[in-house]
Design a binder for this molecule. Structure first.
Ligand code: NAD
Length: 455
């Protein structure tokens, strides 16, 4: 099938590459000419396992093209996927300017039936606004082409995006029960047939429910994280081990083991903005989502916990202190640093006068870019970007772990001990067992694990 993807970011590029992999003829559009030039020269703008190979294979096969040409992009696909960003507006609601600009472009150029697929995460009711924007453009030029707007939210996870797209848990599609909507339903069904070979994964519903489902999913996941983080802080106070508690509750099938890890707070481009946007949507209807407000507040506080533990151990004034920091991306297997807890931690340490040596397996270039925005020149001068995890440790007062990269899970503890000024580890992701660390001679501070570290 002929498909256009509007917005070639994380979601758009993965969607376009994976749909091309299944044999579709895909045209990826972006307004960012540098990004398109990079893709056309064989480069990849993001780190995502497996993506480079899929893109290269399908470009070579002529099934995947990248362009900034709007008119050509509209002419190409019967299915027009909108996958542009929906960042938070000043009041936290989703900023739809890019979605609506994409919709207007379609309306401005289309000459035949199109299915417009909202893949971006958009608030309930956005499909109506997309429909109105397209119709306005059609009316403005007296064109009579028909179209249907479908909601097909994306559930892929950064760091496993290709795998998630190719083997989705579910495909959610909302469509209208109109003649155009039924036509769109038929085309979407055909497009997704290869994903349903083993068993049916598609949930067909109305458009508003599909839009809502994406926010409900992210809000639920964020809630589990904040819930565990709040309990972890209490566990620290009362002398319980949150990891034991996690196993104890996760074995109940009604609760399950996933997404119950206490840590340094959630970040990234989705949970923080989607939780906020759902709260703002509720306010438009005079409803106060108390649970989600608390989820957000707990997460903001949680991002400070690791730094507070450092201050509690070394004092408010960290001048002359030096820390090794492992992990900068908001989670493993990505170079995404949007809303990353590491940014908050670094600001805390540097504000208190410390210097740091930092390392991340893939996010170093992105870290250099965002830290230049977060920090002033004097603070930036106290950041050393190290070449390896072990290269951070020399003369450090402690090691602070912020992201749970696999490469950090089995380090050479003897070498760490020999390199650090004192054997102190703050572990924002509970990678290690406190008893083992104590036996190895470390003073170990996890999140919610104080019972085993008290001595
Ligand atoms: P992104 O910022 O990585 O990519 C968006 C791209 O759209 C950018 O390259 C930008 O230049 C381009 N763009 C903006 N306006 C355009 C226009 N009018 N025409 C063409 N291109 C345009 O964003 P992302 O992370 O891919 O997220 C996209 C959407 O998908 C968001 O709504 C997000 O919430 C949602 N989502 C993201 C993820 C994720 O893990 N990143 C997962 C599921 C859903």
């Amino acid at each position: 099938m002929k498909i256009t993807i509007i917005g070639t970011g994380y979601v758009g590029l993965v969607t376009g590459a994976c749909l091309a992999e299944l044999g579709n003829d895909v045209f990826c559009l972006d307004v960012d000419a540098k990004k398109i030039a990079l893709l056309n020269s064989g480069g990849i703008p993001i780190h995502e396992p497996g993506l480079e190979e899929v893109v290269a294979r399908n470009r070579a096969a002529g099934r995947l093209q990248f362009s900034t040409d709007v008119a050509a992009s509209v002419a190409h696909g019967t299915l027009q996927f909108i996958a542009v960003g929906t960042p938070p507006d000043e009041d936290g609601s989703a900023d739809l300017q890019y979605v609506l600009a994409a919709a207007r472009n379609i309306g401005r150029h289309m000459t035949e039936f199109k299915v417009i697929v909202d893949k971006s995460t958009v608030p309930v009711g956005t499909a109506d606004r997309v429909r109105a924007a397209v119709q306005e453009e059609l009316d403005a030029r007296g064109a009579a082409a028909t179209f249907s707007v479908v909601s097909n939210p994306e559930f892929l996870k950064e760091g496993a995006a290709v795998e998630d797209f190719m083997r989705p848990d579910r495909i959610v599609i909302g469509y209208d029960r109109t003649p155009e909507g039924e036509r769109a339903h038929g085309l979407m069904k055909k497009l997704y047939t290869p994903f349903n070979r083993n068993h049916e994964r598609t949930f067909w519903m109305d458009v508003r429910s599909a839009e809502f489902t994406k926010y409900a999913a992210n809000a639920m996941l964020a809630t589990r994280i904040s819930f565990m983080n709040e309990l972890a802080n209490l566990a620290d106070q009362v002398g319980a081990d949150i990891e034991a508690v996690r196993h104890g509750i996760g074995s109940d099938p009604r609760i399950g083991h996933s997404f119950l890890y206490a840590g340094a707070g959630y970040g990234g481009s989705c949970f923080p903005k989607d939780v906020q946007a759902l709260e703002r949507t509720a306010r438009l209807y005079d409803q106060d989502l108390l649970i989600l407000r608390a989820v957000e507040a707990v997460n903001d506080k949680q991002k400070l916990v690791l730094g507070q533990k450092v201050v509690k151990r070394f004092g408010e004034d960290l001048t002359g202190r030096h820390f090794a920091v492992w992990g900068l991306a908001f989670k493993p297997n990505t170079d995404d640093m949007r809303e990353a807890p590491a940014r908050v931690l670094l600001k805390q340490l540097l504000d208190a006068g410390a210097s740091v040596a930092v390392y991340d397996p893939v996010a170093m270039p992105e870290a250099q870019r965002v830290l230049a925005l977060d920090l002033d020149a004097a603070q930036l001068a106290r950041v050393r970007f190290a070449g390896s995890p072990m290269d951070t440790l020399d003369a450090a007062d402690a090691l602070v772990i912020v992201t749970e990269w696999k490469a950090f899970r089995s380090p050479d503890f003897d070498l760490i001990k020999a390199s650090l000024k004192q054997a102190v580890i703050f572990d924002g992701r509970n990678l290690f067992e406190p008893e083992v660390m104590a036996e190895a001679g470390f003073e170990y501070h996890g999140i919610g694990r104080s019972i085993l570290t008290r001595s």
